[in-house]
Design a protein around this ligand. Structure first.
Ligand code: KIV
Length: 255
C-alpha cells in the first residue's frame, strides 16, 4: 500500500491495517506480513526503552528506530511519529525534525493534535511530506488529560474532536488516527471526513485499525484492555528461555 492508495480505502468493505514496529527484526516480519503499513510510534519510549510515557521520545531516538524499520520494510509505507514538542517550537524546528525522520527512511509523519500547531502541519504538507493526524487520547497530552482516559465522552469534547478531524482534513492530512474515543463518535467522524480514519480503542466503525505490535503479540505487559492479544508472546518466550536454562543445567545442550 502506498500513500496514493489511502483514499481508495475510504469505501465500505475496505479496511486499512497498521502496525507499529521499532526494530529491524520485528519490522522485517511486518514487511513479510500482509499488514498495509508500518508506524514507528513514539510508544517505543515505553515499549523499547521502559519509559513511563511517550514524552521521553526524542527526534534522534525516533530517527534511529525509523532507520532500522525502513531498512527492513521495503514494500510498505513507513510512517514515523513526530515526538513530544518537536512540532511546537516553530516551523523551522518542526522541519528539522521532519528532515531527520524522512532522511532516516520515513515516507510520512504522524503528529498529535491540531490546536496551536496548524501552521507546522500546513508547512510540512506544503513541503510535500504526507502527514497523518492523530486525535482523541493523544498520549503526548496525558498531563492535561490527567492520565490515559478516553476522550470525546461529553458533547463538548465530542464536538471539539469532530472539528479537529475536519481541520486536519482541510489542512491536507492523508489519514487520521482516532485513539480511545467512543465508537459512535469514531463512526460519526469517519462519515464526516473524506480521508480514512484509523482507530485504536475506538470501535469497529473506522476505516482501519492500528495496534502496537508488542501488545498484540502479548510481549509487553500492561496493554490497554481494548487490545486483542493474537499470541501469548511472553509465555512462549519465557517457556523457551526456561527450556534453554534447563538443558544447559542438565548438560543436555549442546548435545
Ligand atoms: O505511538 C504509537 O504507537 C501510536 C499508536 C498507538 C497509534 O501513536
Amino acid at each position: 500500500m502506498q500513500i496514493t492508495d489511502f483514499y481508495n480505502y475510504k469505501k465500505p468493505g475496505k479496511k486499512i491495517s497498521m502496525i507499529t514496529a521499532y526494530d529491524y527484526t520485528l519490522a522485517r516480519l511486518a514487511g513479510e506480513s500482509a499488514v498495509d503499513c508500518v508506524l514507528v510510534g513514539d510508544s517505543l519510549a515505553m515499549v523499547m526503552h521502559g519509559r513511563p510515557s511517550t514524552l521521553r521520545a526524542s527526534v534522534d531516538v525516533m530517527s534511529l528506530h525509523t532507520a532500522a524499520v525502513a531498512r527492513a520494510v521495503r514494500n510498505k509505507l513507513v510512517i514515523a511519529d513526530m515526538p513530544f514538542l518537536s512540532f511546537r517550537k516553530g516551523k523551522d524546528r518542526a522541519m528539522e525534525a521532519v528532515e531527520k525522520l524522512v532522511k532516516a527512511g520515513a515516507q510520512a509523519v504522524k503528529l498529535e493534535g491540531l490546536d496551536g500547531h496548524k501552521d507546522a502541519i500546513e508547512h510540512i504538507i506544503k513541503s510535500d511530506i504526507p502527514v497523518m493526524g492523530h486525535i482523541g487520547l493523544t498520549p503526548q497530552s496525558i498531563h492535561k488529560f490527567g492520565g490515559y482516559k478516553a476522550q470525546g465522552k461529553d458533547p463538548k469534547s465530542a464536538a471539539r474532536l469532530l472539528k479537529q478531524a475536519k481541520g486536519l482534513e482541510r489542512l491536507g492530512c492523508f489519514a487520521i488516527v482516532l485513539e480511545c474515543v467512543p465508537p459512535d463518535l469514531a463512526g460519526k467522524i469517519t462519515k464526516s471526513v473524506k480521508v480514512p480514519t484509523i482507530g485504536i480503542g475506538a470501535g469497529p466503525c473506522t476505516d482501519g485499525q492500528v495496534l502496537v505490535m508488542h501488545d498484540m503479540l502479548g510481549l509487553y505487559g500492561g496493554a490497554p484492555s481494548f487490545v486483542k492479544r493474537y499470541l501469548d508472546g511472553r509465555g512462549l518466550v519465557v517457556k523457551a528461555l526456561n527450556s534453554f536454562n534447563r538443558e544447559v543445567k542438565s548438560a543436555k545442550f549442546p548435545a
